[in-house]
Design a binder for this molecule. Structure first.
Ligand code: ADP
Length: 340
């Protein structure tokens, strides 16, 4: 292959590629590498641009021993660092060829996956530890004590119920994620689904002394939706308003039409007059397992996945979600769904 063709090929590679000569200077850099390191890189000693020790060792091994290796190279960015996996390969005549692959996203995904597994394990282990403890007690100390047995069984039932809810929510989340790219085609009526969700939650609201009222649009509000999933959104939001915002005594569900960027939409505001949420928490509420008060959420039977599920369902419906809240005044969780 002649040198010109080689240059053309290297220039066309979308990854930054650098060749280092036997004099340890940068002999060539393709456009992607120039964009990364700046125009003056060619002719410079490689140490001036590539200072990280692991990468230096890999370059030395390629230049002096003709060995191929990989190293990490981190470039600090304004909002986050960018991590490259650099493959350093001998390229003949004492040259070394460096290829930079951006692995930032892959590393972040890996980190999120590990965090998620750690969170799930922790959430499952807590009730499981309680169950094992009570089983042990029932086999021993409380064996012949019917009153203690009844009490422990009730706790065991509630802990098993918590595990069951958690598994249910995890399955739901993975199902929604799997079909997130497929927009529902069936037409459903938000008015009717809302009435159904309110009926389901009436016992919970009454038990908490909360009145649930529906205001705004009174006619049918048809839109393309998955009835079960939208019901899940409504139940999760209303349940939260009753659980965390119930101290205000009233939860208002306000229906309205609203123009969206790409056409007409329908909007539901779930308004509570409870204690509200500090602004620092609001952007993180839809993260899996994020809770403002973990103890309180668990006490109420929460899994910390409710709003994450809501977010994914709304995304699947090409809708928008907004959270506004003021400490001491209450919160408004809004969902806006495209009508066509
Ligand atoms: P869970 O209710 O199972 O903890 P969610 O994902 O539904 O999980 O909610 C996450 C957190 O958001 C809750 O733990 C709670 O701290 C907060 N939150 C949700 N809705 C409200 C609300 N209406 N008022 C105050 N805090 C809320």
């Amino acid at each position: 292959m002649d040198g010109e063709l080689m240059r053309t090929i290297v220039a066309a590679i979308p990854l930054p590629v650098i060749a280092i000569g036997p004099d340890e200077r940068i002999a060539a850099a393709n456009p992607a590498a120039v964009a990364l390191f700046g125009a003056g890189i060619e002719g410079r000693h490689h140490l001036l641009s590539l200072r990280q020790p692991g990468l230096q060792a890999a370059i030395a091994a390629a230049l002096s021993e003709g060995r191929t290796g990989t190293a990490r190279h981190v470039i600090p960015g304004p909002s986050q660092d960018i991590t490259y996996r650099v493959t350093v390969a001998p390229a003949g005549d004492g040259h070394a060829l460096l290829t930079f692959e951006d692995v930032t996203e892959a590393e972040q995904m890996g980190l999120m996956r590990r965090d998620f597994v750690a969170n799930v394990s922790h959430e499952l282990r807590t009730p499981l530890t309680a169950l094992l403890g009570f089983i042990e007690t029932l086999k021993g100390a409380a064996k012949d004590d019917p009153a203690a047995r009844a009490r422990f069984l009730a706790i065991m039932e509630s802990e098993a119920g918590r595990m069951n809810r958690l598994i249910g929510d995890l399955l739901q989340l993975s199902r929604v994620e799997a079909e997130e790219r497929v927009r529902p085609t069936e037409r459903v009526d938000l008015q009717a689904l809302l009435a159904g969700a309110v009926a389901t939650l009436r016992p919970l609201a009454e038990g908490a002394g909360v009145r649930v009222e529906i205001t705004g649009e009174t006619g049918p509000l048809p839109f393309p939706g998955d009835a079960d999933q939208i019901t899940q959104v409504l139940v999760n939001l209303i349940e939260n308003a009753v659980k965390y915002g119930g101290s205000g005594g009233v939860v208002t569900l306000h229906l309205a039409r609203e123009q969206m960027p790409r056409g007409p939409g329908i909007r539901l505001d779930v308004i509570d007059r409870g204690e509200g949420i500090d602004a620092v928490h609001i952007p993180r509420l839809t993260e899996r397992f994020y809770r403002v008060d973990g103890h309180r959420s668990r006490e109420q039977g929460g899994t910390g996945l409710g709003l994450a599920i809501v977010k994914h369902i709304i995304q699947r419906h090409r809708g928008r979600m907004r959270i506004e809240s003021e400490r001491g005044k209450g919160s408004v969780f809004s969902v806006i769904l495209p009508e066509i």
